[in-house]
Write a protein that binds this ligand. Sequence first.
Ligand SMILES: [Zn+2]
Length: 212
Amino acid sequence: MEFRNIFIEKRSFKTLITSAVEVYNRETNGALLGRNAIRKIKGRKMKVISIKEVYPFQTEKRRPSEVIHGNISAFKRVLRAVESLQTEIIGGYHSHPYPYGYVGLSEGDVVSIKEDIDVMIKIGQERIKNGWVEILLSIKRKDYRRPSKIKWYICDYEKKLRVRIRTEEKTGYDILVSAYWVYPKEEFGKKPIKDMKFGVKEVAVYVPWIFE
Ligand SMILES: [Zn+2]
C-alpha cells in the first residue's frame, strides 16, 4: 500500500470549507475527485494525491452525529456520471460538527466507506481497491467578543490544517482538516467486503497557501 499525502487544490479547498459551514451543525458529505501528482512541498518534490474537484452530495440525510446515504441509486448515478466525464472518485469527505469529542474517523465512518467501496467495485471501478481517501472536517462555531475584519487564516500542523474563517464580524468557524487512507488488510474476493478488515492511516494535508 502506498499512503500518499493529500494536496488539496485551491478551488477544492474552498468548496470543502463552504460545504461544512453551510450545513452546520449538521454533517456535510461528498465525493473527492483527484489523481496522483507531483508537488513541490517544503522545498522537495513529493508524490501526492491531488484533489482536483469536490462534489457535495445533495441526496444525503444529514443529522448531527452521522451521514447515511439517503439514496444508493443516486450514489451510483454520481459514480457513473463522474466516470463518463473521465474523472475518478478517489474517496470522500464529511464533517463532524462540534461536539465531536475526538478528531478521527469513527467505526461507523469505516462501515459506510466499506459500503461505498463495495458499490464502486460492483460497477467496475476497481482502482478503489488500492485504498480510499477520506477528508474529515471537524468544525466548531466560534463567537468572538471583538469584531474583526480578518476574513480567514490557516495554521499548518504536522499533518492537519486548522482554518479559522469569519462569516460575520463576531462569528466564525474553527475547522480542523485531516486526511486518512482507509485500506483493505485482506485480499478482495474471499469474503464479503463488509466482513473484511480495513485499516485507517492518517496522512498529511497540504494546501497551496501554506507555501506562499
Ligand atoms: Zn464521521
